[in-house]
Design a protein around this ligand. Structure first.
Ligand code: FES
Length: 99
């Protein structure tokens, strides 16, 4: 089983296997998830830097629930955003980088 991830800001989409980590899939597909120096200074997927943020435009319920570190980082922010490193894909989703 595989799912389609679409980055609307890049007009790119790709298939991922069920439960694939979104950050790892982006790296594999050479999606420029990180901007500027964050390409080398990001936390490596430990929910510490926040530079892998994506805004979920559709399919939010197709991503795994936010992890405790992600919830702590997000706080009361109501925007439909996720940390790609903390989101596993369980259905088709459309996202864009940042928020
Ligand atoms: S890679 Fe640092 S928070 Fe996701």
């Amino acid at each position: 089983m595989s799912w389609r991830v679409t980055f609307t800001d890049l007009e790119r989409s790709f298939e991922v296997p069920d439960n694939a980590n979104l950050r790892e899939a982006c790296l594999r597909e050479q999606i420029p998830l990180y901007r500027s120096l964050a390409r080398v200074t990001n936390c490596g997927g430990r929910a510490r830097c926040g530079t892998c943020r994506v805004t979920v435009e559709s399919g939010a319920d197709q991503l795994s629930d936010p992890t405790p570190p992600e919830r702590a980082r997000k706080g009361d922010d109501e925007r439909p955003c996720r940390l790609a490193c903390q989101a596993n894909v369980r259905g088709d989703v459309e996202v864009r980088r940042g928020w």
